[in-house]
Design a protein around this ligand. Structure first.
Ligand code: ZN
Length: 318
């Protein structure tokens, strides 16, 4: 019954949860070593685990995780880890190869497990005509960028909190309580995003970005994204694709054109120049910024992106 009392206490007052870590540490419990495949997952692990985890992030800030080459130090971190957190849906398949080569046999949490992924084939107006897709060739491609919908972000947080609790049973209640507090923050942020996007007339909710990272954002928040580079960053758009997009920009008077932090800006800069459009800034898509930058956390990434998108879409109204 002691355990039950502690759980009730944690649920009733999640804001005191971080204090619970201190007695545990004082008794000698070391932080749980956790490896996260890329920066957004690393942030979630730290938000939930706090002082009770020591997170190693493989694909760090501003790094393109689509085509990533792990370093020897990543294999070493994995050998000492008590938990590996990956996105799945083919986004970070390289981490599976790394885990095999490092001989990692510990638990693996897949943040997208249990989600119904957005499919890339069929039903989408804009071109995913490049040959490369995520994941293992031949499979129907699932869009891996599920974190761009905050409801899915809450799902990620639930998966991570449960995995931390399972890997670190002495502090399971702490991880669950902090996971729930984090999920509540993400729910509030989701409501804020809906309110902000709601200020933009539906006909103005159109944006051009470097690659198709925002499909989930588009469906969740009712914004249409056009991308010359397709859904992965490893394929260059054809001249015909770029020309078609320029015609669309002009015909539909789209002025909200953005770069992404981890994608090659050359194609989009050329496209904007040819269309006579000013690039409005840099969205954070697949990676966070370094700590001093505008998007050092998953939550800050949404505030930054929405803070850029809304005025840019409204600006085209005049
Ligand atoms: Zn991407």
């Amino acid at each position: 019954m002691q355990r039950r009392a502690l759980l009730a206490f944690s649920l009733a007052a999640p804001w005191v949860a971080p204090r619970l870590a201190r007695p545990a540490r004082a008794q000698g419990a070391a932080p749980l070593p956790v490896v996260a495949s890329f920066s957004i997952l690393g942030d979630m692990v730290r938000q939930i685990g706090g002082d009770a985890v020591a997170a190693h992030v493989i694909a760090g800030p501003d790094v393109d995780a689509h085509s990533f080459q792990p370093r020897p130090s990543d294999a070493q971190a994995l050998r000492g880890a008590g938990l590996l957190v990956r996105n799945g849906l083919g986004f970070d398949a390289w981490v599976d190869r790394l885990a095999r080569s490092a001989g990692y046999a510990g638990p693996v949490a897949t943040a997208t497990e249990g989600l119904t992924p957005r499919r890339l084939e069929g039903g989408h107006g804009h071109g995913h005509s490049h040959g490369h897709s995520h994941g293992h060739g031949g499979q129907a491609a699932a869009d891996p960028h599920a974190w761009q919908d905050l409801r899915h972000g809450r799902h990620y947080a639930g998966v991570i909190a449960a995995a931390l609790a399972a890997a670190d049973p002495a502090r399971a209640d702490l991880h669950r309580a902090r996971g729930e507090a984090y999920q509540a923050r993400l729910a509030a942020l989701d409501a804020w995003v809906r309110g902000e996007i709601g200020r933009v007339p539906e006909a103005r909710r159109r944006v051009v970005t470097s690659h198709d990272a925002f499909g989930y954002f588009a469906e969740a928040y009712g914004v249409r994204f056009l991308a010359p580079q397709g859904v992965s960053t490893d394929a260059e758009p054809s001249a015909a694709q770029v020309a078609r997009l320029i015609r669309t920009l002009k015909a539909e008077n789209i002025t909200a054109v953005f770069l992404e932090n981890m994608a090659n800006p050359a194609t989009l800069r050329r496209l904007a120049a040819e269309a006579g459009i000013t690039v409005q800034g840099r969205l954070y898509a697949d990676a966070l910024s370094p700590p001093g930058g505008p998007a050092p956390s998953y939550e800050a990434m949404f505030r930054h992106n929405v803070g850029l998108l809304v005025p840019a879409m409204l600006g085209g109204a005049g």
